[in-house]
Design a binder for this molecule. Structure first.
Ligand code: CA
Length: 378
């Protein structure tokens, strides 16, 4: 009986050991197959793949995650020339044809007006103030950074995640064939200016048109339009606008245009945790990098413009014109806020943050630039 029991026990032990080995081996096979599996994603961007610096962040993200994952997480980037749907990015990422997109949040204002808060608004925040809002402001006192919290809220209905994707800094006010000396000079002016700024200009009597990028130069040259805004010297110089519209105005309407990475929520949730972290880190680094790249491009282009095209006349809109633009901006925002509770909430939140952020911007960058330039006698 004892012997039998012993034998039985020994058999049991053998079985348990055997099972344990099978289990262990099984786990090992599973782990190695996960490691071996290469994840392949596709990203669609609003821009042609040659349009730097806007087209740079997705390429950099793809390079970074490939290196970090030792070649196991591959993102294929497709420019507008391939997918031919520059303003279909949100729909394509939502639908899962692409796991990722790179675009600008304010392009979706027709789907939800609250998307404008994650690009820029006229007379809004600078890039530093806005990045701090995305990642560190907490005017709601709930431990979540305000910008990211609101962006998640607004985009959740599309079942996508949205992340900052690069910043142009202050954009120039645009190229004008004739100078703007008073508010009445804006009446009847035909101008290409998109987004909320277009609505503001329309309130001031401007005939706002939207013309595809490829036709802008000819339209300005032939007088189909009298003025247009694009980005800043780095991107404007290639378009040649300075040759046909010599008045180059400083900015007010897009003080910190933020690009955007879109990620299909389901695809993101299915990624291994470490790949999720790689992706988030890469997007943040690539976004910051675009800001540096754009700054360098604009500084170089502006130096070249000044020497090669001395006819360019840099101007700032007269104070009464800026005042009218500011007033019209408040009216446009108020109009949306009266119809949309969340719009009002985000607006109030940004205003509360700016109460802290702006005095610090003035105290640091603004006074430093002013003082150091005065000392040097420039
Ligand atoms: Ca622009």
């Amino acid at each position: 009986m004892l012997k039998l029991h012993k034998t039985k026990g020994a058999n049991m032990l053998k079985k348990v050991v055997k099972l344990a080995f099978v289990g262990l081996a099984g786990t090992m096979i599973l782990a190695s197959s996960l490691e071996a599996r290469t994840i392949r994603w596709k990203l669609a961007e609003t821009w042609p793949s040659t349009l730097t610096p806007l087209a740079s962040p997705p390429v950099k993200v793809a390079e970074m995650v490939k290196k970090m994952s030792k070649g196991k997480f591959i993102i294929k980037v497709e420019g507008k020339e391939k997918h031919k749907a520059p303003l279909g990015i949100l729909d394509m990422v939502k639908g899962g044809q692409y796991q990722m997109g790179h675009s600008g949040s304010y392009y979706w204002k027709g789907k939800d007006i609250n998307t404008v808060w994650f690009t820029t608004i006229p007379f809004g925040m600078t890039a530093d103030e806005q990045y701090a809002w995305f990642y560190y402001a907490d005017e709601n006192h709930n431990g979540k950074p305000d910008g990211m919290e609101y962006m998640e809220k607004v985009y959740s209905k599309f079942k996508v995640l949205s992340f900052p994707g690069g910043n142009t800094g202050v954009q120039m006010g645009g190229w004008f064939r004739k100078p703007i000396n008073s508010v009445s000079d804006l009446k009847g002016l035909k101008m290409r200016i998109p987004g909320l700024a277009g609505e503001v200009m329309a309130k001031l009597g401007v005939k706002v048109t939207n013309i595809p990028a490829g036709e802008l130069y000819t339209s300005l040259d032939r007088g189909v339009i009298d003025a247009l805004e694009w980005v800043g010297p780095g991107m404007d110089i290639k378009m040649g606008f300075h040759k046909v519209a010599p008045y180059y105005y400083t900015g007010w309407h897009e003080p910190a245009s933020e690009m955007q990475f879109l990620v299909n929520k389901r695809a993101f949730d299915r990624l291994p945790k470490e790949y999720q972290e790689m992706l988030i880190t890469a997007m943040k680094a690539a976004a910051a990098d675009m800001r540096y790249e754009n700054f360098a491009m604009s500084a170089k282009a502006w130096a070249k413009m000044k020497t090669d095209y001395p006819n360019i006349k840099v101007k700032t809109f007269p104070k009464p014109v800026l005042k009218a633009m500011y007033k019209a901006t408040q009216e446009v925002l108020q109009g949306y806020a009266s119809k949309n509770k969340l719009f009002r909430e985000i607006w109030e939140n940004q205003k509360a943050w700016l109460k802290k952020a702006r005095p610090w911007s003035m105290m640091s960058e603004y006074y430093y630039l002013q003082a150091s330039q005065e000392i040097k006698g420039k």
